[in-house]
Ligand binder design. Sequence first.
Ligand SMILES: NC(=O)C1=CN([C@@H]2O[C@H](COP(=O)(O)OP(=O)(O)OC[C@H]3O[C@@H](n4cnc5c(N)ncnc54)[C@H](O)[C@@H]3O)[C@@H](O)[C@H]2O)C=CC1
Ligand SMILES: O=C(O)CCC(=O)C(=O)O
Length: 528
Amino acid sequence: MAINILISDPLSEDGIYPLRQEQELDLNIVSNTGLAPEELKAIIKDFDVLLVRSQTKVTREIIEAADNLKLIGRAGVGVDNIDLEAATEKGIIVVNAPDGNTNSAAEHTTAMIMALARHIPHAYQSLMEGRWDRKKFVGVELKNKTLGVVGFGRIGQEVAHRAKGNRMNVIAYDPFLTAEKAEKAGVDYGSVEDVAKVADFITVHTPLLDSTRHMINENIFNIMKDGVRIINCARGGIIDEEALYAAIESGKVAGAALDVMEEEPFVGNKLLDLPQVIATPHLGASTIEAQESVAVDVSNDILSYFKHGTVLNPVNMPSVPKDMVAKVEPFFELGDKIGKLVSHLTDEPINEVNIYYSGDLANFDVRPLTNNTVKGILTRNLGNHVNNVNARYLADRNDIKINEHKSTRAKAFLNSITVELVTNNTTHKVKGTLLAGLGARIVQIDDYNVDINPEGHILFIKHTDKPGAIGLVGTLLADQNINIATMQVGRAIEGGDAIMVLSVDHVVEYVDFLKQQKNIFEVKAITL
Ligand SMILES: NC(=O)C1=CN([C@@H]2O[C@H](COP(=O)(O)OP(=O)(O)OC[C@H]3O[C@@H](n4cnc5c(N)ncnc54)[C@H](O)[C@@H]3O)[C@@H](O)[C@H]2O)C=CC1
Ligand SMILES: O=C(O)CCC(=O)C(=O)O
């Protein structure tokens, strides 16, 4: 079946080349840019993939209408134009391209710092208007000035590096910035207040989050040096625009260079009326190189997702390096099957899930595996809309605690996964392993050792260990024309509780005729 891809913002044609020349997958690529929200909502149900930059607003309303959408690709860093919560709830994976535009955004920031220091836009405009005004545009040098960098991630670090090339001192603030990292980068570090107090230029490079919204506000402007210059090439909203306006009017701030604002497009914003403000229309990533690079990155993630089920740059899933995912990938199906099987062993609400990884497997990052196993557990009650993107979210929403346990000590098997479900009254567990050449095997159900191929239709029967039980079940199933392919029996002690696990050739819909038999006290029909 064709995979329908909608490109709803202008993307580099060279960047989507990996999609255009794809042979293995049947891709149907539709470019339809500049759609109004209502238009996008009307067509989105026909697409498996939506590819955007920052113009398309992928709201909850759009996502709710997107019945076939599996992946949203953001050709760039910021995903504030995508309702991540709605995407996660619907099991839609969101990927971005975090590295592809770092250099361009850092270069643009550097250009803005220089343009601000030397009044380049205003001087050019004045010249174009026929004036030769040299006195009005006296600037300041960068050398020996201090640049404050708020947000010392990819772009913040690159900007700092370039500023040092201009012989500036740099002081940075980032909650993840350690003394060692600052020393290695050759910058000072401190709190946002420390940065505000000493910097001559302050540039922000954080994402827009609840914690960063208006982090540069009236209080922070008040403690800045007089004549400070402010740069924002990250996201509108990090700086409180009312407070910036007031600080410019009061003379506290000598100038501001803005590539982004709270509302975009920002034509008509009153900050643009101030002669101290220079601005560009969100051009930080607008270079041929960056646009090609981000489009290539998301295109490759789309291909990787549909070919291997893995992506390099997930936004709403744990990011695990590709080689690590490859190590745990063979266990994905086993985790899913164990999850499905164990979920049938209880009808009570699950409080807690303990997943034990033993052997070599415990050396790896097993988070994707856990997601897949939790997906298997939840599918019984939540249906097929559970996937490994929304499984953990849905577990949280249903107050199910997920615990991972790891032990490199392998007992009978090189690797094993044991999933234990804890309810108010019971604990049930299923253990499985991968056997070389034989594939997935279930080797324990509760306290019974078994050897089951977790495939197809399974009947799980709990009974009292009495002579005749096996024959009786065989006869009853034969009466219903149900053919048994394999049968496993297990018991803890002679004459005590015992189990039978049968694989049968087709779905068994009614099991009441088995439940009514003396000595049989539990019957489950499970399809794996
Ligand atoms: N103008 C444009 O066209 C472009 C804008 N951007 C924007 O630039 C920003 C930075 O991008 P990257 O450096 O790639 O992201 P990044 O994720 O590498 O770095 C962001 C840094 O902000 C830090 N941070 C988070 N909360 C903070 C807080 N309260 N105070 C201080 N630091 C905090 C994080 O710890 C992280 O180190 C993003 O908002 C992104 O959307 C990125 C590319 C182009
Ligand atoms: O797509 C663009 O040009 C915007 C880039 C951007 O703001 C980002 O990557 O966060």
